[in-house]
Design a protein around this ligand. Sequence first.
Ligand code: FES
Length: 116
Amino acid sequence: MSVTREMMKVMKLEELKPQIGKEVRVGDESVALFRLSNGEVRAVSNRCPHKNGPLAEGIVSGEFVFCPLHDWKISLTTGEVQKPDDGCIRTYKTAVIDGYVYIGGLKEHEKHHSDR
Ligand code: FES
């Protein structure tokens, strides 16, 4: 994947330990980054749709994260909350280039605020 203007560099890949979530602030948004056991990187909203649990602190299993507050199971690929619960969180595009993690799908004002 090529880096376009829509992608933003957020951290070094080595700072993202497998299955340990990490929060990054992008503008006024909190994004949870994860590196799955298969090495793929995912980025989703860090706010659980139930009661805003910080998903970056959840337990990762396969492609899912379990919210640290009440254990809702959420897909890191589609953002969908798994049954019997219901809801959806925002997902972001990700890319790893030259040892850095990039995320995309941000709104214009978010990119602007977080340019470093
Ligand atoms: S806040 Fe996430 S399950 Fe309740």
